[in-house]
Ligand binder design. Structure first.
Ligand SMILES: [Zn+2]
Length: 332
């Protein structure tokens, strides 16, 4: 891609360069409209430069920006967002961004320092969870898990003193609210592209509304007493609330370490007591404790996506469809 090969302008000149690029873009588009009746996508450096914290948010943004935006995710594939450590390369990505999209509610603990040091003064910083009513973590209400999930390091990022669950996107209507905010941000940062951003967002929102309905219908195939979730981390409160499931447990304290025999025994007891038909690992976490507990309890192990995408499910829609399939297969 030409934009990748081109070095970033020096910090001080960035915004001057950016506005020149955008006014040139306006002229180019006007000429294109006059000649062809439709606007060709701008190439390379004239694209709206966007940085998103996670692959999920980057995917939502690409669906709004189309060819007019160059969207890059800070988190590499498979990285774990709650404990991620950025490198100087991530500072460079931030410095070149006109729009910076994050989730907020403490999900990206790594981001605060990066933004302070590297973000261009005129960059538009959008925290997508703002304005959406957040729910607390399932936390202590789950049978298994820590006393307070919000007090554990991986969820105690800045700006999350109240312990709200940041995983809003696992309910599709919340992802739709994110898309609407991304659309408005892109229009603000690049008004000449407003029509394109509106069109792209409208068709993507239609797709997401259909996805939401698909998941509702899929979960309807699972008998209500079997709609129970045991997962790795406390991320599925919104998904459970939206699609009529109950989070009965998760593993949190054992992240990165070997599960203790007592932890496995506690999980096994809860899985049996609750009549949980299956447990769900997540691609970015070590599945060992859940696999041990499931073998001991004689239940199946499937996978749910939460914070990351991978090669099998490389888009938000694909990830949520995979989640719906796993829920039905594991719990029905
Ligand atoms: Zn998470």
């Amino acid at each position: 891609m030409p934009a990748a090969a081109r070095p970033l302008p020096p910090r001080g000149d960035h915004f001057r360069g950016d506005s020149i690029a955008r006014s040139t873009l306006g002229l180019t588009l006007a000429a294109g409209l006059a000649l062809a009746g439709c606007a060709a996508p701008p190439a390379g450096p004239s694209q709206l430069q966007v940085v998103a914290s996670t692959a999920v948010i980057a995917d939502l943004a690409r669906n709004v920006g189309g060819d007019r935006a160059r969207v890059r995710a800070l988190l590499p594939a498979g990285a774990e967002v709650h404990t991620f450590q950025p490198s100087p390369r991530h500072g460079e990505m931030i410095a070149g961004a006109r729009v910076i999209l994050s989730n907020g509610l403490g999900l990206e603990a790594f981001l605060q320092g990066l933004l302070k040091g590297a973000a261009s003064p005129g960059a538009l910083q959008v925290v997508l969870s703002e304005g959406i009513s957040a729910r607390p973590f399932v936390g202590a209400k789950a049978v298994i898990g820590t006393d307070s999930a919000a007090a554990t390091p991986e969820h105690a990022g800045e700006g999350n003193e109240g312990g709200s669950d940041p995983h809003l996107w696992l309910s599709v209507p919340n992802a739709m609210a994110y898309v609407a905010r991304i659309r408005e941000a892109f229009i603000q940062a690049d008004p000449a592209g407003a029509d394109l951003y509106r069109r792209n967002a409208a068709s993507y929102l239609d797709r997401l509304a259909a996805l939401d309905q698909e998941i509702v219908e899929a979960v309807a195939a699972v008998p209500p007493p079997r709609r129970k979730l045991v997962t790795f981390h406390d991320a599925y409160g919104y998904l459970a609330e939206r699609y009529g499931l109950e989070v009965v447990g998760f593993v949190l304290k054992s992240q990165g370490g070997e599960p203790s025999a007592a932890q496995v025994a506690q999980l096994v007891r809860a899985i049996r007591a609750q009549g949980v038909p299956a447990v769900f690992t997540e691609p970015q976490f070590n599945p060992r404790i859940l696999e041990l507990a499931a073998r001991e309890a004689g239940v199946r192990v499937l996978q749910l996506y939460s914070d990351t995408l991978d090669e099998q499910s490389s888009s938000y829609v694909a990830m949520m469809q995979a989640n719906a399939r796993a829920l039905v297969e594991g719990l029905r």
